[in-house]
Ligand binder design. Structure first.
Ligand code: 5GP
Length: 204
């Protein structure tokens, strides 16, 4: 059996860019990223079947009834679900799977498969997170506030994940991710301190 990893992070923490770079590493040849189903609107640069499988709410509910999802959750008003058969078939081929899920999804997967390695990526501070959400210019001021409030709640849950990684520096965070996923190693002493200090700052 391959290994299952779930990566979660508050919105705007840089999780998607980190995962993209992780999968460009030659060591990732045995690791696949899950493609979820969602009822949210496709964004301009997204492609159906690559970013997500974009489906209607009706179809989503049908798949829930047919128990097609390993987990599913409502995130910011839209439904998201992980196709179960796909994940199981990849793991059965001795390949590893990475799922990029919200915190509720991560907890559901951990409960179903306790061997899942959960990774929580955190911003160095709320000020930094606010800046990043503003810079990506994707959301209104109200939406940014909502995402920040959500981040506070997520951090109180994510603090108990198997591995915490602070994205205060992209390369350092990527290094931690690679060590954990490809080499089954924890962060260096210096990074471990940085991760702990940032988490404590966010929890204060
Ligand atoms: P976005 O709409 O910005 O792509 O994603 C919003 C949130 O939904 C992110 O935290 C993302 O990780 C999460 N997400 C994406 N796919 C799934 C899924 O299949 N299940 C769950 N629970 N969350 C998901």
């Amino acid at each position: 059996m391959g290994k299952l990893f779930v990566i979660s992070a508050p919105s705007g923490t840089g999780k998607t860019s980190l995962i993209k770079s992780l999968l460009e590493d030659p060591m990732s040849s045995n690791t696949k990223l899950g493609i979820s189903c969602t009822t949210r609107e496709k964004r301009p640069k997204e492609k159906d079947g690559i970013s997500y499988f974009f489906i209607s709410e009706e179809e989503f509910k049908e798949r829930v009834n047919n128990k097609n999802f390993l987990e599913y959750a409502e995130v910011f008003g839209n439904l998201y679900g992980t196709p179960k058969d796909w994940v199981l078939s990849i793991l059965a081929k001795d390949e590893n799977v990475i799922l990029e899920l919200d915190i509720q999804g991560a907890l559901q997967v951990k409960e179903t498969f306790p061997n899942t390695q959960t990774i929580f990526i955190i911003p160095p501070s709320y000020e930094d997170l606010t800046k990043r959400l503003e810079q990506r210019a994707q959301d209104s001021t109200e939406e940014i506030q909502r995402r920040l409030n959500e981040a506070r709640k997520e951090i109180t849950i994510g603090k108990d994940f198997d591995q915490i990684i602070v994205n205060n520096n992209f390369d350092d965070a990527l290094g931690d991710l690679k060590k954990f996923i490809f080499l089954d190693e924890g962060p260096s002493k210096k990074r471990s301190e940085a991760n702990k200090n940032s988490l404590n700052l966010l929890l204060d």
